[in-house]
Design a binder for this molecule. Structure first.
Ligand code: SAM
Length: 330
């Protein structure tokens, strides 16, 4: 495992859990998220995006001995890392780790005989460990196979999408998930290139994009295309929409949901969901019929998102686009 090798090569085996966690992934908006999430120190909390366990660790530290965290990740590497490093919490029966997609949250809870929880947190996107793992294909900086799967057992990867999707479907995902102005041109070039030979490596895809974009913001264009493909490979927006929807039924009254997003597509979904579900009326279908007054499902606690301080962005560049939104179940 990359982290193990890293720790060994750097002779830092003596580091405590928190330090190792930070090497795996530096948690973003940690204090802001956890201080707003916990409303009952004896409660059950779900961390939907375990990663290196940064948020999970902080929740566990704040809870009493009766409190519990159910931590979910679909990446086997994250599961293995936390199972090794968080033995203390696992043995105390306060941490349950589950390999799953977070849209399966209801099943995960049912399997653990839990019906309602005191809080849900999701820190979306990929971990530093995933981005920096040269064989995972998440980063355009590493020469690797086009992969980008968070769950390595999933059948479809980035290579399948780039080589098998129709040209029209590629245009659609580049527009929708990358907001890329050169979507058509890039999709056409992919189509032409792959009819001669398969696009298999990260660098093959970069060469195609380079042929389509001559401006000075080439890196931004490459990032947008990579983002679009990653979202499609992992069905990231569907996962988020389903998680938000299911959260309505699993949160106890006065308990909270906190979501950290990293790009506008995710943030828009979270914002719209919280706004729509914190309305105290249902719009009528006719202008002569008054709106129906209803009890809102959520109370929106963050009218504007919480963003990282300058200090945090200085210490952790990956935090710069983070937005935290929190709502409380009524
Ligand atoms: C940004 S990292 C979380 C980092 C973590 N909060 C920490 O501080 O160490 C996101 C993690 O969520 C996982 N993930 C993303 N989407 C997921 C989904 N739909 N279901 C399960 N895990 C997911 C990724 O595999 C990754 O490990």
């Amino acid at each position: 495992m990359l982290l193990r090798k890293f720790l060994k090569n750097n002779s830092i085996d003596f580091l405590n859990v928190e330090n190792k966690t930070t090497i795996y992934h530096k948690p973003v908006l940690l204090r802001e998220t956890i201080s707003n999430l916990i409303t009952d120190k004896n409660g059950i909390y779900v961390d939907c995006t375990l990663g290196g366990g940064g948020h999970t660790n902080e929740i566990l530290k704040q809870l009493s001995q009766n409190g519990k965290v159910i931590a979910i990740d679909r990446d086997e590497d994250a599961i293995k890392f936390v199972k090794t490093e968080f033995v203390y919490w696992i043995n105390k029966g306060q941490l349950i780790i589950v390999k799953s997609k977070f849209q399966n949250i209801v099943n995960v809870l049912n399997e653990n005989n839990i019906s309602k929880v005191n809080g849900v947190v999701a820190d979306l996107g990929v971990s530093s460990f995933q981005i920096e793992s040269s064989e995972r294909g998440f980063s355009y900086l590493h020469q690797s196979e086009l992969d980008m799967r968070m769950d390595k057992s999933q059948p479809i990867n980035a290579k399948d999408i780039v080589n098998n999707y129709s040209q029209e479907k590629l245009v659609e995902i580049f527009f929708k998930y990358g907001e890329e102005p050169f979507s058509k041109r890039i999709a056409r070039k992919i189509f032409e290139t792959r009819s001669i030979s398969k696009i298999e490596k990260v660098n093959d895809l970069i060469s195609v994009i380079e042929k389509c974009y001559k401006g000075k913001h080439l890196i931004k264009c490459i990032s947008r295309i990579f983002q679009a493909i990653r979202i499609e490979v992992n069905k990231e927006l569907d996962e988020l929409i389903n998680l938000l929807e299911f959260s309505k039924n699993i949160l106890l009254p006065k308990s909270r949901i906190a979501i950290i997003s990293y790009h506008s597509l995710e943030d828009r979904i979270v914002k719209q969901f919280f706004v729509n579900n914190s309305k105290n009326y249902e719009r009528s279908s006719h202008k002569l019929i008054p709106n129906k007054i209803i009890e809102p499902i959520f109370n929106l606690l963050t009218k504007k998102p919480i963003i990282p301080s300058e200090e945090e962005v200085k210490n952790n560049k990956r935090s710069r686009s983070a937005k935290l939104r929190i709502a409380e179940k009524n």
